[in-house]
Design a protein around this ligand. Structure first.
Ligand code: SAM
Length: 239
């Protein structure tokens, strides 16, 4: 029996054929590469980037893109990959799937991964919410990382925040028992929301923790600190 997956974001149509309005945790940004991003893309995309269309294949398998079976870690929104390469290089026995909708960010991340000497990272620019829902089985994650997700500070945009009640339930269900979800933000009020939402998720236990020493400082953390914002790290485990 062929399993038909629901359409990916940006591909959903109304019954009369118009594009459906969707609440997404990101806005479309430019897709132009700088020369160094282009160079990294040319050198590594063939081996390390899973094209969006590949996930439409009925027999899509993550293991075949990693070339092995290994415990899976997902990073949502690596940005330019400052944390990805270092954390992945320290975990050669894990596969790291980095989901980033901004392609120049993927290109920059490829360079970071190569510089860190990691070969266990694959990138895909399909919406991470959709990917977790449809490509990762329940209990399929050894860890989940979400560092500095877009804060969507305006009240009318709060509904676009990645970490909300519905997503927390999906993410918790994808974690294996005992597996950890690590988060960080420089936006105090989003940190409060994260804690409220994750505390309320019955499958998770955890809370605010000391800064994760292993987590490299990224551009977003640096910018937040420079303007005097406190950085909050959170860690929750699947019960
Ligand atoms: C504020 S940046 C943080 C980047 C990086 N983690 C850091 O600390 O510098 C958030 C990133 O998440 C990506 N993003 C937001 N929602 C996403 C989603 N649903 N799927 C994949 N990527 C997403 C955005 O494109 C953006 O690059």
């Amino acid at each position: 029996m062929t399993h038909v997956r629901p359409a990916r974001p940006h591909q959903k149509l109304t019954p009369d054929g118009r594009r459906m309005r969707e609440v997404l945790s990101y806005s479309r940004r430019g897709s132009r590469f700088t020369p160094s991003q282009q160079e990294a893309w040319d050198a590594h995309s063939e081996g390390w980037v899973i094209p969006d269309e590949a996930v439409d294949e009925p027999d899509f398998s993550l293991a075949s893109w990693f070339g092995r079976e290994a415990p899976l870690i997902v990073e949502i929104g690596p940005g330019v990959g400052e944390a990805t390469g270092v954390l992945a290089a320290a975990r050669p026995d894990h596969d790291v799937l980095a989901l980033e909708v901004w392609t120049p960010g993927i290109a920059a991340s490829l360079a970071e991964v190569a510089a860190a000497g990691a070969t266990n990272v694959r990138f895909c620019s399909v919406d991470a919410v959709w990917m977790l829902e449809h490509m990762v089985p329940e209990g399929g994650l050894a860890a989940l990382w979400t560092f500095f997700p877009d804060p969507w500070p305006k009240t009318k945009h709060h509904k676009r925040r990645l970490v909300d009640r519905d997503f927390a339930a999906v993410a918790a269900s994808r974690l294996a028992p005992g597996a950890e979800w690590r988060l960080a933000t420089d936006w105090a009020e989003y940190a409060d929301q994260m804690r409220a939402v994750l505390d309320a998720e019955p499958a998770l236990s955890g809370g605010v923790v000391e800064r994760w020493a292993e987590r490299p400082v990224t551009k977003f953390e640096r910018k937040g600190t420079e303007v005097g914002r406190d950085i909050t790290d959170l860690a929750y485990r699947r019960r």
